[in-house]
Design a protein around this ligand. Structure first.
Ligand code: NBX
Length: 817
């Protein structure tokens, strides 16, 4: 990326005040005196949108007319976070906004807080999509994000009196939402069901029902690039076509039923982030947004053409499939080309395979989507025919490549048997040009294990692109103090568009003055977080203790249980005097995690964490030494507050299970040290920051495999480490359940008899490394030197770099001239 200095504001503060006033008057119809923070938020957002408008329209025009291929990022999730400050940053208007809002008698922070965060994603995958489209716009690459405008995003998490997770609906559109522009004139018809008939020797799909996909467009402003791309989220609306027969019998409510059901398609985001259930509505969602997006792209790139030459389609746009959720796009494009535009199979296949690429985000076998043939046949009968034909052609191709019948059978896209299924990851691999994993280790394991047969026969398809995060949101907006210090240290702010410049900070790790300033920034961030936590959640966090954080979805493979067991062991040791009270390094531990509503073990773990927090925080014996907080409803906003205040970050998944992780990158870039396993992108972070600046513990992938092979017996570890035994016994004997021995019995039983993710086997090395961590923390200068080296050496993990890798290795395109 070409380095950019911060953009210059298009307005003065005085002009911006006038613009806000104008919006208040003509949009909301309120006077300045009447305006609430929420009014000011809406008015200033609308004013900011106007400043993006020219760039938006020229970018759209150049995208179609320019000679650069565009990127279509197809994703069922975009976890955008709040929009206003991001837009202000990218326009260079942050301080004009603050001053204008103050002049109008409001607190800028409260105005920004009035924005309700759209939660249109589950976790890493959805947030990655948001970082990627930010980077594409900042690089000046023409791109569309395509997804769904769910009416209800990821549930709002609350905890009940027993510490259990309660899910509440997230009706994020309850208030005026100034960012999304509904464009009824560019809607698409998406059809379902029915049957396929032969007419004149051609297969013709006669669908049973249709919904109207209406685009809601969000601007995606680039940082200092002058470009504004589009995030197009589809919303399902019914057609006003009443069933007249029913209607005539005056059964009015029955007549509108299909219409009401049509709108259910975009009603809710599925909250499962790893065990996709083969639910009909979910397949409807997938097809809904992908079909609308493909037709939209044809409309955009061949305006007004009845018979466009779609052999040029792959030169106009390349579609990235964000995991398997949009993979139904492959048979859909085949169907469009063959049935709607009359191309023959081979031409259609050639266009399709050149158009799509697939990113895999998992290693868990249960997370790979498969759809029952029966379900696809019922909802999308023509697509099922096409998938079967793809499968037949593919098996023929394989016969030309190998004589190994077993292998060919293993690679079937459509399985055999009484309940045949479609393996979407296989369809994606066969139907696209490239397949990538999201970190080096993950991509290697994809080739060696998950998609091994495919990588043996099609080695050139496989590549890696290590994930990244946007430094604009996760450093500049989240951590203004560190940003100012970085700019001071480097003598330029160009690092925001060329993050490798952070390397220039490395020598400053030896400059005591700089190290002290860095320590002051971290401390100020801790104080700020403590104030925010007090205000928002009502708890007291002591900024003079070590801030130690574990935030991510709650999943057994991520091993929040390892953290909680070690924490309990620590609590016991302080309480029993096993550790001398004076030797205890005071720590505050923060958790943030949502569990899928149907994931029993994950929800029980949440309950345990909350109750450990309750007991520990109320025990005078450990007061000032150990505290545990679990703010509910972890989201992008909380991440932006907590990450800059964190000193020690937990990335402790079982090796070989976390595809990449992106929180790990955000923490390192904000100057936290990581305690982690050799998993996902931790491996690359550690390589870059240096082994001496990373707290490594636990088994490697090979050791994990060997232990599975040998036969894993978790009880052995329970017996061997008295700290572990003590922690588990305390849970069993009711210490964290008011004496009730049954509450956590399912967790304990699982640990002692199954423990699939080997939490117990890694416990000892995890508990032991805490001594090293605390020794280092006792020497603040040394700790902060290492933290600076983490910042300096993780510029690689910018999503700008990820995008450049995709452009070079997969998309073969670049910025607009
Ligand atoms: O994608 C995550 C991985 O677990 C992380 O290691 C990785 O860093 C991140 C970005 O590449 N996967 C993820 O977030 N998956 C989902 O959210 C998901 C959502 C719905 C679903 C399956 C998975 N059906």
């Amino acid at each position: 990326m070409t380095e950019q200095t911060a953009p210059k504001s298009p307005v003065t503060t005085e002009q911006f005040i006038e613009e806000i006033k104008e919006q208040l008057k003509y949009n909301q119809g309120v006077t300045v005196e009447q305006a609430t923070d929420a009014d000011i938020y809406v008015a200033s957002s609308l004013a900011v949108r106007r400043h993006l408008m020219d760039s938006w329209t020229t970018t759209q025009k150049d995208t179609v007319e320019g000679n650069t291929k565009a990127v279509g990022y197809l994703s069922a999730e975009f976890l955008m976070g709040k929009q206003l400050r991001n837009a202000l940053l990218n326009l260079g208007m942050l301080s004009e906004f603050d001053d204008a809002v103050k002049a109008l008698g409001h607190d800028p922070q409260l105005v920004v807080d009035a924005e309700y965060e759209p939660g249109l994603g589950n976790g890493g995958l959805g947030r990655l999509a948001a970082c990627f489209i930010d980077s594409l716009a900042s690089l000046g690459v023409p791109a569309f994000g395509y997804g769904i405008q769910y009416k209800y995003g990821i549930f709002k998490q609350e905890f009940d009196a027993e510490g259990k997770q309660v899910e509440r609906p997230d009706y994020w559109l309850a208030n005026e939402e100034p960012w999304g522009h509904i464009d009824y004139n560019r809607s698409q018809k998406v059809s379902f069901g029915g049957s396929v008939v032969e007419e004149d020797g051609k297969k013709v799909w006669k669908p049973a029902w249709s919904v109207r996909a209406v685009p809601v467009d969000y601007m995606v402003p680039g940082y200092a690039s002058g470009r504004v791309n589009t995030l197009r989220l589809w919303s399902a609306k019914s057609y006003d076509e009443f069933d007249l027969l029913t209607f005539n019998k005056s059964e009015y409510l029955d007549a509108v039923k299909p219409q009401v059901e049509a709108e259910n398609i975009s009603k809710i985001l599925y909250p499962e982030d790893s065990t996709p259930q083969g639910k009909r509505l979910r397949l409807e969602q997938q097809y809904f947004f992908v079909a609308a997006s493909l037709h939209d792209a044809i409309r955009v790139f061949y305006p007004g053409q009845d018979k466009p030459d779609l052999t040029t389609f792959p030169n106009k746009i390349t579609f990235q499939l964000n995991d398997t959720h949009p993979v139904i796009g492959i048979p859909e494009l085949m169907r469009i080309l063959i049935d709607e535009y009359g191309y023959d199979w081979n031409t259609a296949w050639d266009i399709t395979t050149k158009t799509f690429n697939y990113t895999c985000h998992t290693l868990l076998p249960e997370a790979l989507e498969v759809w029952p043939v029966d379900l696809i046949s019922e909802l999308l009968p023509r697509h099922m025919q096409i998938i079967n034909e793809i499968n037949d052609h593919f098996l023929e191709e394989l016969k030309g490549l190998t004589r190994d019948k077993e292998r060919i059978n293993r690679m079937r896209i459509v399985t055999e048997g009484d309940y045949p299924q479609v393996r979407m990851a296989y369809l994606a691999t066969a139907g696209g040009s490239h397949v990538n994993g999201v970190a080096e280790l993950h991509s290697q394991l994809l080739k060696d294990v998950t998609l091994r047969d495919f990588s043996d026969l099609f080695p050139k398809k496989f590549t890696n692109v290590t994930n990244g995060v946007t430094p604009r949101r996760f450093i500049r907006l989240a951590n203004p103090r560190l940003s100012a210090l970085i700019t001071e240290g480097l003598g330029t702010d160009k690092w925001l568009s060329d993050l490798e410049l952070l390397q220039g900070l490395a020598p400053l790790a030896n400059d005591d003055e700089f190290v002290k300033k860095f320590a002051e920034v971290k401390h100020a961030n801790k104080v700020a977080f403590a104030n925010f936590a007090k205000d928002r959640y009502g708890f007291d966090a002591n900024p003079d203790t070590m801030f130690n954080t574990m935030v991510k979805r709650l999943h057994e493979y991520k091993r929040q249980s390892l953290k909680i067991l070690a924490l309990i062991a620590r609590y016991a040791a302080i309480k029993n005097g096993t550790i001398n009270a004076d030797d205890v390094l005071p720590r505050t531990v923060f958790f943030g995690a949502k569990a899928a509503p149907g994931y029993y073990m994950a929800k029980l773990t949440i309950q345990l964490i909350n109750n450990v927090a309750r007991v520990v925080n109320n025990d005078p014996d450990v007061k000032g030494k150990l505290a545990v907080h679990f703010p509910a409803n972890y989201n992008v906003r909380l991440a932006q507050h907590l990450i800059p205040a964190t000193e020690l970050d937990e990335q402790i998944s079982q090796a070989g299970k976390e595809a990449s992780g992106t929180g790990n990158m955000k923490f390192a870039l904000n100057g936290a040290l990581t305690v982690g396993t050799l998993d996902g992108a931790n491996v690359e972070i550690r390589e870059r920051v240096g082994a001496e600046n990373f707290f490594l513990f636990g088994m490697t992938v090979d050791e994990v495999d060997a232990l599975y092979e040998e036969g894993y017996n978790p009880a052995k570890y329970y017996e061997a480490d008295p700290r572990l035994k003590m922690a588990i016994d305390m849970i069993s004997n009711g210490t964290f359940s008011d004496g009730d021995r049954n509450t956590y019995a399912p967790l304990v039983a699982d640990w002692l008899t199954k423990d699939y993710f080997m939490t117990l086997a890694d416990f000892t090395s995890y508990a032991d490394i805490q001594y090293q961590i605390e020794d280092l923390y006792r020497n603040p200068m040394e700790w902060n030197r290492k933290a600076i080296l983490n910042v300096a050496n993780t510029g690689f993990f910018s999503s700008d770099r990820s995008m450049e890798d995709y452009l070079e290795r997969i998309w073969h395109t670049g910025p607009l001239a």
